[in-house]
Design a protein around this ligand. Sequence first.
Ligand code: ATP
Ligand code: MG
Length: 332
Amino acid sequence: GARVISGMQPSGESLHLGNYVGALVNWVKTQEQYESFFFIPDLHGITVPHDPQFLRERTRNTAAQFIAGGIDPDRSTLFVQSHVPEHAQLAWVLTCITGMGEAARMTQFKDKSAKQGTEAASVGLLSYPMLMAADILLYQPDGVPVGDDQKQHVELTRNLAQRFNHRFGETFRVPEPFIPEVGARIYDLQEPTVKMSKSASSPNGLININDTDKKIAKKIKAAVTDDGTEIRFDREAKPGVSNLLSIYSAVTGKSIQELVSEYQGKMYGHLKADLAEVVVATVGPVRDRTQELLADPGELDALLSKGAAKARHTAAGTLAEVYDKVGFLPAA
Ligand code: ATP
Ligand code: MG
């Protein structure tokens, strides 16, 4: 069967609603159809300044949220990136076939390094896409489910795979990006023209998967709406209301069209109250299940260790071939 791999960074306090409906829900469907590898990229997590204790906690929380959200660790291979040393090892080889200019052209690097100042930004941040290429190519996947923000990195991954194959002989499968067509993109509740994001949203603009029911309801109630009173979908003129409608649609599966006619003649307040209810009904059980899983960290760590062993089985095979192709003397 076809194989896919995808990861989600352990940045921020928790996964948020955008990560949940934009990525995790798709992953859960993906594992029904494909041989799936899902991982938590903690090596990527140190490309920007970070707090070690926080990273450790967040890595475990993210794993728990994946499982609570429906990733089945028996069916899929779920692991932590740093548990599989082949990621860093292959990244080095790929770094050596990447041009400096090629890496510096990546828009994520340009954005994130501009934020920190080019002098302060780490070389790790520049190498991020080569590590991501290693994450992918180690598993010889057919596809990589990513948001459209990661398309450029998948394109680089394909270039590096082709370049390596050309220079050293056929080694890597060249994967396709799987961009979900119904890219349920969720925007910040306080600033509905920018996407909800772990690193960029204000606490009130962000619905975290670990928020209490009360907090969720409060944030939705306080969401920025637009001038006028009409409930309709119009990203340009009514970004706030449109965002509420797309969240509603994403968590219930009802179409925007259906919702618009349902709320015809009703007030923003009605929409918000109902939305709070359906979001709580979706997020609440995931949050509660996460807490149950975190109550037994030993069990969770054991699952991750099993996942890493499964991942290494595949990763080690690819790396051995790469090491041989580039001419490293085998360790006796
Ligand atoms: P960061 O701010 O650290 O980049 P993020 O909130 O953008 O964090 P990522 O870890 O970059 O989250 O993304 C994880 C996954 O969630 C990706 O597949 C991404 O496309 C998806 N995703 C992130 N934000 C949203 C959003 N607002 N709506 C829909 N999908 C999203
Ligand atoms: Mg992001």
